[in-house]
Design a protein around this ligand. Sequence first.
Ligand code: ZN
Length: 97
Amino acid sequence: MLEIRCPWCGPRAEIEFVYGGEGGLARPLNTEELTDEQWGDYLFMRSNPKGLHHEQWRHASGCGRWFNALRHTVTYAFQGTWKIGEAPPTMVAELNK
Ligand SMILES: [Zn+2]
């Protein structure tokens, strides 16, 4: 069984968590100035990489809190987790460029 480390509770079984999509996406502030294509890109287009992926997860059967994670999409191995609002590990900043 896969083990995921909640930043508040520590390591827990995978079944306690739910996936929340790609992490690091900021809602545009100027939505009235966006074209339909730009708005559609924000809503629907995701990176879907083969390799390291910045994701959001929720400890649904535990503390209920959301957090960020860096996971490898081929091996499923989590490289790290961190709280919302905390600075991400350096490797995540490189992924989001
Ligand atoms: Zn937790």
